[in-house]
Write a protein that binds this ligand. Structure first.
Ligand code: AMP
Ligand code: MG
Length: 332
């Protein structure tokens, strides 16, 4: 199929909304990364998203809403702390995992009885949801396993010819995916760290927020998304955790010290090597990391050495992406 390049104007956003309403797929900008959107309430449309991405069917979608009124048809038994955090951080880069309502198809939630919901702040995303007149299920608009796209060009690199349209917006301001927060227990638990950090959540709430244990250790198994949905012997709360993620074609290694020495050694053995060093600037690292991985692939680099970040605040979230992109290969 020919993928339409749509502009960011009322007419084209309306057209994109129409495509979603009819069960088609449209990639669109959000403040985090580009999303690949389908009607969240249409199981057939959502199946097309899994197929276009090569995403295992047990890795659920985040459902995007434009207004708080959209929440009640999707989720139920929403706790007071979840409401308080929505008040504090929505619209914005945080997703809440909540008990789902029957209207949400199992296909959208990967068979779970919970649904992940986010209200993005990006204006184009909000206009698109309103134009479609329904919630939009949207994972990142990349082939599964590859770095998430933060520009319209990066979306086309993976999705050209596979989806109906791309809304050709600007590059994403945040640059890493939303924080995913499980709100089904007594204590909110971070399942995926993002721009909204544990410290920010605790400050807004005035009480403790937990970090899922899987985020604090190197996983024993990392599955290839190409193999499809996995067996149930390893089932983290957030199914996405068990799959290989964010990997460019180049080999990626995290380096804690002496990056110049490792670069020189690799180049001496004929490997084209690049260094990504964001210093202490974690916002810059979030904004640039995925885009840099894709750029270095286009340049034909063989080895990317990434300087480790301090794992404080936002640094923890970016190191999570860096470690995954490197397959946890760290030179200490
Ligand atoms: P992406 O769509 O690429 O941003 O990834 C969405 C992330 O949210 C994946 O890691 C999913 O596993 C996670 N997720 C989505 N829905 C749920 C849910 N109901 N419970 C737990 N994690 C979820
Ligand atoms: Mg993704």
């Amino acid at each position: 199929m020919e993928t339409l390049r749509l502009k960011i104007n009322e007419e084209d956003i309306e057209r994109a909304g129409g495509i979603i309403k009819e069960g088609g797929l449209v990639a669109f900008p959000t403040e985090t990364v580009y999303g690949l959107g389908a009607d969240a309430l249409n199981a057939e449309a959502v199946k097309l998203v899994y197929a276009a991405k090569g995403r295992p069917s047990d890795n659920p979608m985040i459902v995007h809403i434009a207004d708080i009124e959209g929440l009640d048809e999707l989720a139920q038994n929403i706790s007071d702390y979840a409401r308080a955090l929505m008040e504090a951080f929505w619209p914005g880069p945080i997703t809440f995992v909540l008990p789902k309502k029957a209207l949400v198809p199992d296909t959208t939630t990967g068979g779970l009885d919970t649904v992940a919901v986010r209200m993005p702040s990006n204006e184009t995303a909000r206009k698109l949801i309103r134009a479609a007149k329904r919630p939009i299920a949207a994972p990142s608009a990349n082939i599964s396993g590859r770095p998430s796209p933060t520009t319209a060009e990066d979306v086309l690199e993976d999705m050209d010819g596979r989806i109906e349209a791309v809304l050709m917006g600007e590059s994403c301001k945040v640059g890493i995916e939303s924080t995913v927060l499980d709100c089904t227990g007594d204590v909110p638990t971070v399942l995926r760290p993002g721009f909204v950090t544990k410290e920010m959540l605790e400050e807004a709430l005035g009480s403790e927020v937990a970090i899922d244990a899987h985020l604090l250790e190197k996983p024993e198994t990392v599955l290839d998304p190409e193999e499809g949905a996995a067996e149930a012997d390893f089932s983290p709360k957030s199914p996405g955790m068990k799959y290989k993620h964010y990997a460019p074609k180049a080999r990626v290694r995290i380096v804690e010290n002496d990056v110049d020495r490792y670069k020189a050694e690799a180049e001496a053995s004929g490997i084209r090597t690049a260094v990504l060093d964001y210093g202490k600037n974690s916002e810059e690292a979030a904004y640039s990391f995925f885009a840099d991985l894709r750029r270095l692939d286009r340049e034909g680099i063989g080895l990317i050495l990434v300087c480790a970040l301090d794992e404080e605040g936002l640094g923890f979230s970016i190191m999570n992406r860096m470690l995954k992109s490197a397959g946890y290969d760290v030179i200490e």
